[in-house]
Write a protein that binds this ligand. Structure first.
Ligand code: NAD
Ligand code: FES
Length: 275
């Protein structure tokens, strides 16, 4: 059972965990994820890798409290053990030398875009990062993103830090300023990734999004993570998680991600009652 080596308090509802997982740490690549189950009866949740340290045999994942499982995960402590963890899963991001790459991270998606910001920079690209959160205290990994970016733009929805607005507003402005952009990569909530896709579509800028649907087995067998890309059925766990944003059916993705909302609400109520 993998042990939690350390826990980082990133924001009131966002925690980072460094977990002992030497085989995953050895093979991990930017864009890949793990599936975590915190106890024998628990659901399996996919979490994009935030970092990995092969020499220490550890990986780092970041969880935002969204449902019962992430709430329980975030209450775990250093020294606790999770039931199991599989990975690295999914196809690695296509890191190459494109020219100018814009990396867009929204909310907890900033934790997922960080390894790509670093990899694109180390591959010789000019990297422009646009990161945003609802409010100042939810903005994570600013220092780390700055370390590997040529330019960084920060937004908050309420204007408490950086510019007031959405990350997609800044992206639009950067494009309209006439900057040559060769690739845009975006990770965050679905409405954000959809907005980014609509901003870049008229300019025909290659745009990649990292999808995070409900997953069960992570091997392409159960069908839970089924989506449509360019009219074709894809399974995010094996065909993704990264896809061409201009071809993703975001309506279907949104609908399928809502299918257990009622069960999730009941489970949270029950958990609240048990505590
Ligand atoms: P959030 O709702 O706080 O939004 C974060 C930022 O995204 C906002 O500050 C804004 O800049 C941008 N944004 C949000 N809605 C937008 C819109 N309609 N148009 C343009 N920009 C918009 O994000 P959060 O609560 O941290 O994220 C929660 C969701 O992100 C979860 O549902 C989770 O499933 C998803 N997520 C996705 C991935 C992934 O791999 N794609 C990884 C982690 C989390
Ligand atoms: Fe089962 Fe992808 S999680 S097919």
């Amino acid at each position: 059972m993998p042990e939690i080596i350390s826990k980082i308090d990133l924001a009131p509802t966002i925690k980072g965990f460094e977990i002992k997982a030497p085989l995953v740490a050895k093979k991990a690549k930017p864009g890949q994820f793990v599936i975590v189950r915190i106890d024998e009866k628990g659901e399996r949740i996919p979490l994009t890798l935030n970092d990995w340290f092969p020499e220490k045999g550890t990986i780092r994942i970041v969880a935002l409290e969204a449902g019962l499982t992430t709430k329980r995960l975030n209450s775990m402590k250093e020294g606790d053990r999770i039931a199991n963890l599989i990975g690295p899963l999914g196809k690695p991001a296509e890191i190459g030398r494109y020219g100018t790459v814009v990396c867009v991270g929204g909310g907890v998606g900033i934790a997922c875009i960080y390894p790509e910001v670093r990899a694109f920079k180390l591959a010789g690209n000019e990297v422009i990062s646009i990161i945003g959160a609802r409010t100042k205290e939810l903005l994570i990994f600013e220092k780390e993103i700055k370390e590997f970016s040529d330019e960084v733009y920060i937004t908050t929805d309420d204007g408490s830090y950086g510019e007031k607005g959405f990350v997609s507003d800044v992206l639009k402005r950067v494009i309209e300023d006439g900057r040559r952009i060769d690739l845009v990569v975006a990770v965050g909530p679905i409405p954000m990734m959809r907005a980014v896709a609509e901003v870049t579509r008229p300019y025909k800028i290659k745009t990649i999004v990292s999808l995070n649907p409900i997953m069960v087995d992570g091997t392409g067998m159960c069908g839970s993570c089924r989506i449509e890309v360019g009219g074709k059925t894809k399974f995010v766990c094996v065909d993704g998680p990264e896809f061409d944003a201009h071809l993703v059916d975001f309506d279907l993705l949104t609908l399928r991600n809502r299918r257990y909302l009622q069960e999730e609400r009941l489970a949270l109520e029950r958990y609240g009652g048990e505590k």
